[in-house]
Design a protein around this ligand. Sequence first.
Ligand code: C2E
Ligand code: MG
Ligand code: MG
Ligand code: MG
Length: 283
Amino acid sequence: KVKRSGKNGFRFFDAGLNAHHRQRVSLENDLHKALERQEFELHYQPQISLNHRRAVGMEALLRWNHPTRGMVPPATFVPVAEEMGIIGDISQWVLERACAQLGEWRSAGHDTLRMSLNLSPHDFDHHDLVDKVMAAVTRHHIPPALLEVEITESMMMQDADATATKVRELRSAGLGVAIDDFGTGYSSLSYLQKFPVSCLKIDRSFVRELSASAVNPIISAITGIARGFGLHLVAEGVEQEGQVSVLRSLGCDIMQGYLFARPAPAAEIERWLNTQPLPAAPG
Ligand code: C2E
Ligand code: MG
Ligand code: MG
Ligand code: MG
């Protein structure tokens, strides 16, 4: 009797696994076809300088517009694409599309705008990463300093020496490199010497905790680090005016977040760009 219920339990569990497995296989099949079916698109989110009251940069954020699944967020499919080994092709598409878009915006007169894009650890395993990035910026007549690659602390730590070499190569070619979600990983300050990046992005989790009244030791430390190393600084996930005034008082000028603009398709962002300069900053 015990055995039987055990067996049933196992079957039930097994059936559950199968359903999960089937879903995963179907996701992988769809993901395989997504590039050729042109289901990917980029949304863009402005990075605003409060002092200049305009966007100084855009972050390209990948979207998968699936015919039946709808908009699949990158957190769902990027890790799967990484495991499948197809993230390299997707990153190449992102690179090309982001550069083409920046080229268009530059032609329309937005000629100091920067573009940031997110890469995966896998992209840093390839010897021709820098060549590919340079080919794309050259193709679209973009000064390398206007293209920025975002990496995370976990990428920096995975294969520190190899990644540091790549970061140095990107920087020597004149490209920007930002550390995304800064402060959430386990990298130490010595990494900032090893990885000559040009920008730190304060993670959303720190910005969320900000209240207008209290000083925030983590954010003051990060702004101090950025100043000390001469790096650009961007605050991510700014949603409230109170956060703006604290960030400002701590010396952070560039903000990205829903308060200013949500990530949106190029056409919408283009209309947004033409409303600049923005109204005087809150705070
Ligand atoms: P991330 O690079 O840290 O991107 C910032 C995320 O925060 C984006 O989520 C953005 O939509 C969201 N965000 C921006 N402002 C706010 C705000 O005020 N409040 C809140 N709650 N969220 C805000 P998204 O687009 O879902 O992207 C999630 C992550 O997926 C990205 O985090 C990045 O790690 C990854 N990702 C996005 N695009 C790509 C890509 O092209 N390639 C790769 N490899 N990864 C990508
Ligand atoms: Mg990012
Ligand atoms: Mg981030
Ligand atoms: Mg993040």
